[in-house]
Design a protein around this ligand. Structure first.
Ligand code: FE2
Ligand code: FE2
Length: 251
């Protein structure tokens, strides 16, 4: 395995690792994003066992000890498995996450105390990069789930949303909703809940020009439209689920 590095928006680098053994033959891609600023931020630490690979890739872009912020969508191995390895190589680094993530997992699991981000908190990392934390509980999964929106480049680091298979291009302007629907059909990875469509539509209000997917290509274009289409699909799924539940209760 190796790491492919691409700049998907000004100062935002996608470090991508394709694992052919997951969901073959297409395989599955894990993407990590380094946001360059005076205080560099890494979104997704990578799996713990993937740390040497990611560490060497990040070291091609910045001196490791300058890494200042570590953040991720939710507490899960691919999002944050290597969190403590990063804390050990970057002495000034802090984990930054939402209130639920800190209180439920990170206050205990992180080797140094995390910084708690309230919904809407902005971290200004310099060089025009400002990252706003947005709570998305249970979307697509994890009570502690959240995303970061980089205001300067209008890039939404949207984590597991739009998960798709395969090792596509680093950047696409094509359809990402269809492949995401297929990904959901295959994996069933989302915590389908009544508020899911509304939560995703709230993200559309950021009107992102770039969507940085954890498992798939980055998308450039009308990010709000893609998010609204994804929200509609989850509303459709929720409707089917609730109807089936109601019919069962009535039978
Ligand atoms: Fe996840
Ligand atoms: Fe993930």
């Amino acid at each position: 395995m190796d790491t492919r590095i691409d700049e998907i928006a000004e100062g935002i680098h996608r470090l991508s690792v394709h694992v052919p053994d997951i969901a073959p033959p297409a395989g599955f891609t894990f993407n990590h994003f380094l946001v360059r600023g005076e205080e560099p931020l890494l979104f997704h630490t990578g799996l713990r066992r993937m740390f040497p690979l990611l560490r060497d890739a990040v070291a091609r872009l910045i001196p490791l000890e300058t890494l200042r912020w570590i953040s991720f969508g939710h507490y899960e191995a691919d999002e944050c498995g290597a969190m403590n390895e990063w804390l050990s190589v970057a002495p000034k680094a802090e984990v930054a996450h939402g209130q639920t993530g800190c209180m439920v997992s990170l206050n205990d699991m992180a080797d140094r105390a995390p910084r708690l981000l309230k919904d809407g908190t902005v971290i200004d990392i310099g060089r025009g990069k400002r990252l706003r934390y947005i709570d998305t509980p249970h979307v697509p999964h994890g009570w502690d789930a959240g995303v970061l929106f980089e205001e300067g480049s209008s890039t939404l680091l949207c984590g597991d949303l739009f998960t798709q298979l395969g090792d596509g291009p680093a950047m696409t302007e094509g359809d990402i909703v269809g492949p995401a629907i297929q990904g959901e059909d295959l994996f069933g990875y989302s915590s389908l809940n009544p508020g899911m469509g509304a939560t995703i539509r709230r993200l559309a209000e950021t009107a992102p020009r770039t969507l940085a997917l954890m498992h798939g290509p980055s998308f450039r274009g009308d990010g709000a439209a893609a998010l609204r289409d994804l929200a509609d699909d989850y509303d459709r799924r929720a409707q089917i689920l609730w109807s089936a539940t109601a019919n069962k209760a009535a039978a």
